[in-house]
Structure formats: C-alpha cells, structure tokens
Write a protein that binds this ligand. Structure first.
Ligand SMILES: [Zn+2]
Length: 210
C-alpha cells in the first residue's frame, strides 16, 4: 500500500514538473535524477552546445555530478542536505540565486530545492526548479573582452572559469575575471571554481549545514 502511495505522489509531482515552463527535475533522496522536464533538457543542450536530447542519459546519474566545479558542487550538496531535513510542506523552500550566462544573454536564475513529502514521513524525493528572474543583453551587464584562449592559460595550460558567471580568470592578474563571449561555452581544457564576485554576491550568505 505504501509503495503505491509513494508512486502516486511521485507521479503527480512528475506531472506538475512536466507542465512547468521552467527547467525542472526530480531527484531521489540520494540526489540521483529520476526525471527532467523538456525545458531542463533544452537548457542543458543550450549550455553544452549540443543538439542531442540528454534527458535519457541523465536519468540514474547524480545531480551533483552535473554541477561543474568543486566550489559550486559543495554549495548545492549542502542545499540538498538542508532540503532533506525539511518536514513541513509549507516550510520556506531552499532558494539559491546563480547566473546562467550565454554569449548573448546575461541570465539570473533562482534555483528552488524542495522535498517531496508524504504525511508524517521522511522526504521521498526532491524537486529542483530553475526560474529565470532576469534576462538582459550580456553587454549591458558585463564589459565584454575579446582575447584568445591562450591569454587565460596558466602554467599547466589550464583555463579557470567561474561555474556561475562563466568569466575566465586572467592568470597574470589574479583579481581579474573576463567575460569572453567567444570562449564562454567551452574553453578547453577548463577547471571550474567560483570567482570572488559570485562567491560574495550569490553564495556569500550561505551558512554551512549544522
Ligand atoms: Zn563568477
């Protein structure tokens, strides 16, 4: 009986997420993808510059593994853990603001992480919805820089990119991060971290999970 009630709740959440206009996914309590909706698939294709549908290959893999960079992964791992401690359907959801920039658009995204609860029990899943809260032409938000990839390679030939705003770190000037539209999507080979600005304005208020 309990299993079938479980399935009914999950099925109704999946129906709601399918109807959602924003990118959304459903995770099990270990953070494994159970479902991603069409807008989510489209957003990931856009970000990876791919034409292929990725939803099939994502199901069963870890949500945190899809997040680039150790810094950002740690933040979302904490948020997921915190969402799993919520037991009240009406509790304020966990929300994190981040950027999802493209060569032409500066996009600010609010990520809402909510447990799927059954009465008086532990969460049975977690829903994640990415709502766009602002979109502006990229040149209105950032000074665009047009330099070649080699200008950003460190001693080991690596390029450091912010996992949030996607600016590139200038190895010659440690405080400098450039928005290079030509290299924004895929500057190889890349390592991801959070730039000081994103760490402060988007992730600064985050408190560690007790
Ligand atoms: Zn950044």
């Amino acid at each position: 009986v309990r299993t079938s009630a479980h399935h009914q709740v999950l099925a109704s959440v999946i129906r709601a997420l399918s109807a959602e206009k924003w990118p959304a996914c459903l995770l099990d309590c270990q953070g494994t993808f159970l479902f991603v909706n069409e807008p989510w698939d489209r957003r990931v294709r856009e970000e990876r510059g791919s034409d292929e549908s990725l939803s099939e290959s994502l199901i069963g893999t870890g949500w945190l593994d899809s997040i680039q960079g150790e810094d950002a992964r740690r933040v979302y791992s904490d948020l997921l853990a915190r969402a799993l401690t919520l037991r009240d359907q009406h509790a304020r959801p966990i929300v994190q603001i981040c950027e999802s920039n493209t060569p032409t658009t500066a996009r600010l995204v609010s990520t809402r992480i909510e447990p799927v609860l059954m009465q008086g029990a532990d969460p049975i899943a977690v829903s994640v919805v990415h709502t766009t809260v602002r979109e502006r032409p990229i040149e209105e938000v950032y000074d665009l820089v047009h330099r070649v990839a080699d200008a950003y390679r460190d001693d080991r030939g690596q390029i450091a990119q912010c996992s949030c705003c996607r600016r590139l770190k200038d190895p010659a000037e440690p405080e400098r991060w450039d928005l290079v539209p030509e290299l924004l999507m895929d500057p190889p080979p890349v390592s991801h971290q959070l730039c000081e600005l994103c760490a402060e304005i988007h992730y600064g208020v985050l408190e560690p999970v007790a």
